[in-house]
Design a protein around this ligand. Structure first.
Ligand SMILES: [Zn+2]
Ligand SMILES: [Zn+2]
Length: 380
């Protein structure tokens, strides 16, 4: 036995024939990429290309949906990061991806100041900030000076506004995948002046789809604030830290021009919807999104329009923290609804839509100013 084994060892191995597992002629092909050579570059470049294809498709979809929608709007993202803070994309790469997504505007809101500003201007991006404070991050648009936050969120929000900037609350309950804010951070929102701007969808660390459980929590918080009588205008931003994360959620802004000041003014007034794809508008009588309707609101015509060229699965009307009505368009690309405003509502109405492929959209609320309206803090 032993001699036989030794003899077998000395036999020169023949090239292995893999009959049955490879088509003849492909012997040299498996595992052809060497990890130390082109594979590293391709692993970075290929997913970037794939994301760009998805975003280009989303841009085509939005153009088709626009043709079905009665109002003109501008589409953009107010929150993303470059290599000027903890992002991994250069400003040029972020700008190229925002363009592929067909966005009308993209803010670059780095954490550590405004060093991105010069490059952003060169690449057609708008400049914001997102300083990190004690309990919260603070989104800031429209300030040309660096803002240094303090320990008090409400004081910072007032200071930004006083300096001519537009503050917003990013990821109010935490961010994907595992950052969950303590109740103390959420309670801090009680001290903010009305109305304030808050992200209801934040795409941090997501690609392809922005929506995750942190956004479900943010929307539940939004409804709780609104039902308590607060006025909270919604935003949806990617918080992308790489070009791969851009374009997943955006604001459809009803502004007269696509200029920074006009867009920010409309956002500050709540004249926008938040979307992953469906287009939405809502009004009650003469009041549009972000506006208040007075005492004789009950019975006023409530109008909702929703459009998505790829088809709508569900439209819902939400008021006072409850689902008031739901419609199932069964794949129709446009829905026009008119109904009387329910008589017993106290605080707000808003609408939301889901497309056939699960993409979500949210109107901003119309706020009610009924005689018994009152404000109370979010319960602990
Ligand atoms: Zn943040
Ligand atoms: Zn951020």
């Amino acid at each position: 036995m032993k001699a036989k084994a030794t003899r077998r060892k000395t036999v020169k191995p023949k090239p292995r024939r893999r009959s049955g597992s490879l088509i003849p002629g492909f012997e040299q092909r498996p595992n052809r990429l060497k990890p130390e050579s082109d594979l590293q570059d391709m692993r970075w470049q290929k997913p970037l290309d794939y994301v760009r294809f998805i975003l280009e498709d989303a841009a085509r979809r939005t153009e088709q949906s626009r043709a079905l929608f009665p109002r003109k709007f501008y589409r953009g993202d107010c929150h993303a990061h470059s290599q000027h803070s903890d992002g991994i994309g250069t400003v040029a790469e972020m700008a190229a991806m925002a363009k592929a997504a067909g966005l009308d505007f993209q803010f670059m809101t780095d954490h550590w100041g405004l060093t991105q500003a010069r490059e952003c201007r060169r690449h057609g991006l708008w400049v914001g900030q997102e300083p990190v404070a004690h309990l919260h991050h603070l989104g800031i648009l429209g300030l040309t000076k660096v803002f240094v936050p303090g320990p008090d969120l409400a004081r910072d929000v007032r200071a930004v506004t006083r300096q001519g900037g537009t503050p917003f609350i990013p990821h109010p309950t935490g961010w994907w995948p595992s950052r969950v804010y303590e109740p103390e951070a959420i309670q801090a929102l009680n001290a903010l002046p009305d109305p304030f701007l808050m992200e209801i969808v934040n795409g941090a660390n997501n690609i392809v789809s922005a929506f995750d459980y942190t956004d479900a929590a943010a929307i539940a918080l939004w409804d709780a604030l609104l039902a308590s009588g607060r006025r909270v205008h919604a935003m949806g931003n990617t918080d992308a830290h790489s070009p791969h994360g851009l374009g997943t959620v955006w604001n459809g802004v009803f502004a007269p021009r696509c200029e920074e000041a006009a867009i920010v003014r409309a956002l500050r007034g709540g004249r926008c919807f938040v979307s992953e794809a469906p287009l939405l508008d809502m009004s009650v009588g003469a009041a549009g999104m972000g506006q208040r309707i007075g005492r004789r609101a009950a019975g006023a015509p409530l109008r909702i329009v929703a459009a998505d060229a790829r088809g709508l699965m569900r439209v819902r009307l939400i008021g006072d923290g409850k689902v008031l009505r739901a419609w199932h368009p069964d794949g129709k690309p446009v829905v026009n609804l008119t109904l009387p405003l329910p008589a017993d509502l106290r605080t707000y109405v808003r609408a939301e839509a889901v497309s056939m492929d699960g993409k979500r959209g949210y109107t901003n609320p119309v706020y009610l100013a009924l005689p018994h309206r009152h404000t109370r803090p979010i319960p602990r």
